[in-house]
Design a protein around this ligand. Structure first.
Ligand code: FAD
Length: 474
């Protein structure tokens, strides 16, 4: 028998459901295939640095699989439609009997998988899919009415109850195939997609690096997470998102590692704060399956469709470039542009600024984030943007509008983070750094830093008016 593992967002050997299942039959020949789909990635705004991260991880994975006697092939085709045909041809050439793959939950991906299953079953090839990138499968955590939760807290409570009844187990990495000599891996094909370098000291590629980071985080920092996680100048979060988004790490590995270090992690409030973030990740995935139209840029709350957004390319550009004149927003955007990663508190502040201060459509922000993030993930990104735009489930109410100055004062009091990313403000004293132009005026200083592009109070009123009007329209 020849078993094929069709890899997508699951670039790891440990705890990989599809790979494990494909290797269970010790007599079977096992091969792995990854297909780059540059045209599709372009449509999905995948960040070139995420593409590079995937490429580097594939290289390491290929070396690892070589030692296990499993060849990893790569193919490049335009889009998902083309990948279905390429997969069929590949299976034919290689005489594949069974295809194993881990589900992806976005709508285009699900349609592709349905098409692939149909086309392969016509060839007599058996396909088997697995819920792998989640702790619990979408559709398995439901309200008493058997519906998906629209509010996070009861979802999280029900989720934990399920975990207390039985934990999803991790599966081991496959052993070396019997009688398989160390193989010569095929060349990785170029993706045909723009690649951009990323900071590989911050995001070292490879499963081993991801596991080492997870272990270190769960040993100690996780217990301080509840205190530190909102302060971007501190290294208070796990920095695991890039690995989780591309499947170099699984959420089950995170859960088990946490519980190994803190056996009462499900109950311990300190550890639970971190676990709850993993449950947010699950929530947004479950939500995508329950309401697939969210993948197509539709808001969850439909009256928000009537908000009349402003078109202001100059202000949009100022936001993208970190030149809004609001230090915490600008420092955050420069962190994003440089690292492809942004601290969660800052994702909320910058998203709120674009939507509620500039009254620019949240979809512009969603797209821009995606184009920059090394951890870009449709479910989490869309969820985060719809939360900030008050258009999602359990989102911030529309009248709750962050004040970017006071957010900066609360979460970067001494301006440590701001000074790192905005060296032009390094001489401004702590107490004044959030309104540097006031300080410059008082002290007759010149600042090479833009004036605020909007007045927050006026912008707030404008946004309240726009949301009120939209609500009345329905
Ligand atoms: P930690 O705080 O250590 O959290 C652990 C893991 O939990 C993360 O790695 C991530 O997988 C998950 N997680 C944490 N917070 C959230 C959340 N609010 N929603 C969903 N999952 C979460 N996360 C992404 O992975 N990809 C995105 O494209 C993305 N876009 C976002 C856009 C906006 C507007 C907002 C507000 C949030 C977004 N997030 C996204 C969620 C969150 O900001 C990042 O997951 C987090 O900052 C990653 O850092 P970390 O790994 O140190 O997280």
């Amino acid at each position: 028998t020849t078993n094929l593992v069709w890899l997508r967002s699951d670039l790891r050997v440990s705890d990989n459901m599809a790979l494990y299942a494909a290797c269970r039959d010790e007599q079977a020949q096992v091969m792995v295939l990854f297909m780059a789909t540059p045209e599709q990635w372009r449509q999905h705004e995948m960040a070139p640095r995420q593409a590079q991260f995937i490429y580097d991880n594939l290289r390491l994975l290929q070396a690892d699989l070589a030692g296990r006697g499993i060849p990893l092939y790569t193919l490049t085709c335009d889009d998902f439609a083309a990948s279905v045909e390429q997969l069929r041809q590949f299976c034919q050439q290689q005489h594949v009997d069974r295809v194993f793959y881990n589900y992806q939950y976005e709508i285009n991906e699900r349609q592709r998988d349905a098409a692939a299953e149909k086309s392969l079953s016509e060839q007599g090839i058996v396909c088997q899919g697995f819920d792998d990138s989640v702790l619990l499968p979408p559709g398995s955590v439901l309200t008493g009415n058997r519906e998906m939760y629209k509010v996070f807290t009861p979802f999280s409570r029900a989720f934990v109850k399920r975990l207390q009844q039985g934990l999803p187990e991790c599966v081991p990495a496959p052993r070396a195939r019997q009688n398989a000599p160390r193989i010569q891996q095929p060349e990785l094909t170029p993706f045909g997609y723009p690649l951009a370098p990323y900071d590989d000291a911050l995001f070292p590629p490879g499963e081993a690096a991801a596991i080492a980071r997870l272990r270190a985080f769960c040993q100690q920092p996780v217990t301080a997470y509840h205190q530190d996680r909102d302060f971007p100048a501190k290294q208070g979060t796990s920095l695991l998102s890039a690995y989780l988004a591309t499947g170099i790490l699984s959420p089950r590995q995170c859960l088990h590692r946490l519980l190994r270090e803190h056996p009462n992690g499900l109950e311990d409030e300190r550890c639970f704060v971190w676990l709850n973030e993993l449950i947010w990740r699950e929530f947004y995935r479950h939500v995508l399956v329950a309401w697939p139209h969210l993948c197509k840029s539709h808001p969850f709350i439909s009256w928000t469709n009537h908000v009349v957004w402003r078109s202001d390319p100059q202000q949009l550009l100022a936001w993208q470039q970190g030149k809004t004149g609001y230090p915490i927003v600008d420092a955050a955007m420069r962190q994003l542009n440089t690292l492809g990663w942004m601290h969660n508190r800052l994702r909320m502040i910058t998203a709120s600024f674009l939507v509620k201060d500039l009254l620019i459509d949240w979809r512009e922000g969603e797209r821009y984030f995606m184009s920059q993030l090394i951890d870009g993930d449709l479910a989490a990104n869309n969820g985060g943007w719809q939360w900030a735009a008050s258009s999602g489930m359990d989102a911030a109410p529309y009248f709750r509008i962050f004040n970017p100055t006071t957010q900066g004062e609360r979460f970067d009091k001494q301006g440590e983070f701001i000074r790192y990313w905005l060296p032009e403000l390094r001489h401004v004293p702590d107490a004044e750094i959030h309104q540097p132009h006031d300080w410059a005026k008082k002290n007759q200083q010149k600042l090479d830093y833009p004036l605020p592009i909007v007045d927050h109070k006026q912008a707030r009123n404008r946004t309240l008016g726009a949301f009120d009007a939209a609500r009345k329209e329905t």
